[in-house]
Write a protein that binds this ligand. Sequence first.
Ligand code: ADP
Ligand code: ADP
Ligand code: MG
Length: 660
Amino acid sequence: MFEKILIANRGEIACRVIRTARRLGIATVAVYSDVDARALHVELADEAVHIGPSPAAESYLRGETIIRAALDTGAEAIHPGYGFLSENPDFVDQVEAAGLVFIGPSADAIRAMGLKDAAKALMEKAGVPVVPGYHGDTQALVLLASKAREIGYPVLIKARAGGGGKGMRRVDDPDQFADALAAARREAKAAFGDDHVLIEKYVEKPRHIEVQVFGDRFGNVVHLFERDCSAQRRHQKVIEEAPAPGMTPEVRAAMCEAAVTAAKAIGYAGAGTIEFIVDASEGPKQDRFWFMEMNTRLQVEHPVTEMVTGIDLVEWQLRVAAGEALPLSRDEIRLDGHAFEARLYAEDASKGFLPATGTLHHLKFPEAPLPGTRLRVETGVQEGDAISPYYDPMIAKLVAHGPDRAAALGALVAALESTEVAGSVTNLAFLAALAREPDFSAGEVDTGLIGRKQDALTKNPEPSPGILAAAVIAASGIHDRPRTSDPWSSLSGYAHFHPIARRVSLRYQDREISAHVAVEEGSPKVLVRDEVDGALGKMQHHLPSPGAGSSGGARIARWPGHITIFDGAIGYDFAVPDPLERADDADATADSMRAPMPGLVKLVRAACGDLVKKGQPLLVLEAMKMEHTIAAAHDGEIAEIAAEGAQVSEGAVLVRFAEI
Ligand code: ADP
Ligand code: ADP
Ligand code: MG
């Protein structure tokens, strides 16, 4: 076995590989770009090497720099993860030429499967069923159009060099063929520098079912059963599961056998996936699945296979690359229970799944799985990290296992509903809506499911009056000890319910909310009144009696300028205008400056007798868990200033200027 390896990747997959390496006693070297200098994978690895600026083309795609880093640190092998250089045969050649081991298949195997047209021809020869269509060399429009007619509409135009759903166009009508072809070619040229296409029959009610295969350097190839990845948006996977719902032993045997044949045909060693497209109009059938492509690497969704087989695929990759034989034979590999993986992304589902960026000001993953189930959270980020525009905006993968499909799905839903992200838009609510969708729950999946239900799955529900009230109370800061994250329970800490009244302004999307919060003397209730349109009505919220638990309390996160209230998998973001902005408008010649809200004087930067200039920072007030710098409202001489460490109430004088 290796003593030290380098991981030529970032994010969750780099962290995932490091975990297994550590368990096996293998030292790890991370590589990182500028923006990843403090990333989790760098923190977790034993050593880390800076490889360049943030754009992938200048860092994670620079094979030579990465090989140099491996040689300099004494690593013996390179794990490519997925994406980046993982399916680049030239990189594999360079790694081997440098005397290092590539933890993956041979360059030849990658080349054989790299172009979809050549791969299909190869599979056809090996007797693996391929999608009916044209995958020849001639690319003239007239020929392609006549092939499309022969195949029969609808057809799918695919870039032979394609990946990630790019360069693909479905065509329903011969009139649209020429335009669709031009578009697919343009996209393929831009993304892959190759505009060759193939034409396939568009499979009706298609399901994407893939088989995990594994080979070693002694010619052994086994499969580790199938995964269903039919829940897709823009031809990309969203929730994957193993095994495939509705699968019969006969169809499974046929598909797994075809996958093993495919891998053997190219002398495959390492982890690989054979993707099939399945006509599921009548459920999976033995003669209705076709080879689509082979992914010659570890896949994003590999954890579902690990959950149902109990096999660590990264460990197998390391063993096979180190020259060991496969640890288990085909008879020793068993399916146990059911597993789901949901991909949590920074993206806006309601805007066509537009990728987003932002700082993860608040990030909380579920602490424990439901009883009788298992949960795995794969992530490469921590609270406070930013989702940059440079790479895939994945935040985490939530992987749940249960004894059967219903239990596993219940565990996934529970995990999604106890995940909290604030600071960036995410697809969390969409994932939960999809997991609860009746067809999906029933295992009635096909690649068109998300598209058909998109509106229902992606609409943002309006916050309920209870959510609005929780936000208003949280923003009001009436609890003087905001130690807990629960506005109701923190109110219970509000000593003896002193009477208090406060005005609060908030914004939810385009809606301005101006409310009044009052606690009446001796009454453990908060009164929240909407002052604009009365939509909140007049609501009373009973405060839990001091010391009591806060069951049913809201989950809340505070981040700069915002409060997020979580309800299930939905995070409602409220913008909270900084009260100090309004304080700035105060009379610029006033003889004193007052605390805009209750807080703690953290730091004092001026003393009595000082002559100060307008805008000069005088003190720092900590309030509502944030620090606010109080700057001089005008030029003048300080006559009085609050003491460091003082707890001040709203309206208390912080600074008094000397009379001129
Ligand atoms: P990529 O390399 O981009 O992953 P694939 O060939 O694997 O391309 O196809 C991606 C997705 O497109 C599949 O998972 C499936 O949803 C859809 N797809 C591909 N081929 C067909 C087909 N012939 N009929 C219907 N859908 C297809
Ligand atoms: P059955 O219950 O009919 O044995 P299996 O799914 O176990 O069905 O196997 C179906 C076919 O796949 C058989 O030809 C078997 O030899 C082969 N097979 C089973 N498990 C594996 C494996 N892990 N790797 C490779 N081939 C396998
Ligand atoms: Mg694919």
